[in-house]
Design a binder for this molecule. Structure first.
Ligand SMILES: [Zn+2]
Length: 139
């Protein structure tokens, strides 16, 4: 170690500096690095995803009739409106958590809708003519 007063080299753990005689304080242990505190998100940066969740829910109900998408769509709308309320009350950190959930639910609803639509398209492509023939024979 080096003396903080005169800069002379001193024995590690020496109580006084051999050059200037000043008391040497042991080097302070490195400060414990505090766990990174999640910065309070800026309220204006938190999105509620309400519109996208409502649109996805409407699509789930009206177009596909896909029950899983309706379920995730409803939960997504609930999380979105909770996000909006929390933002209104200025609780932006809680709002950010709800916002992430709302976004993930919107993604889930979108994926389920997409898969359902693909299955429906494939079904129509494969069996469309068969079904049409069935209806034709019924009438
Ligand atoms: Zn010294």
């Amino acid at each position: 170690m080096f003396c903080p007063h005169c800069g002379a080299r001193a024995e590690d753990g020496a109580a006084v500096c051999p050059a200037c005689g000043q008391a040497l304080t042991p080097a302070a242990p490195p400060a414990e690095t505090a766990p990174p505190v999640e910065a309070t998100p800026d309220a204006s940066a938190v999105k509620d995803y309400l519109t996208v969740n409502i649109v996805l829910l409407a699509l789930s109900v009206c177009c596909c009739g896909s029950l899983p998408a309706v379920v995730t769509g409803i939960i997504g709308v609930i999380f979105s409106s909770q996000t909006r309320d929390l933002l209104r009350f200025g609780r932006s950190d809680e709002a950010a958590r709800k916002s992430r959930a709302a976004r993930n639910l919107a993604i889930a609803t979108g994926v389920i809708l997409g898969v359902t639509a693909l299955i429906a398209l494939a079904f129509v492509a494969l069996y469309g003519t068969v079904i049409a023939a069935m209806f034709a024979s019924l009438s």
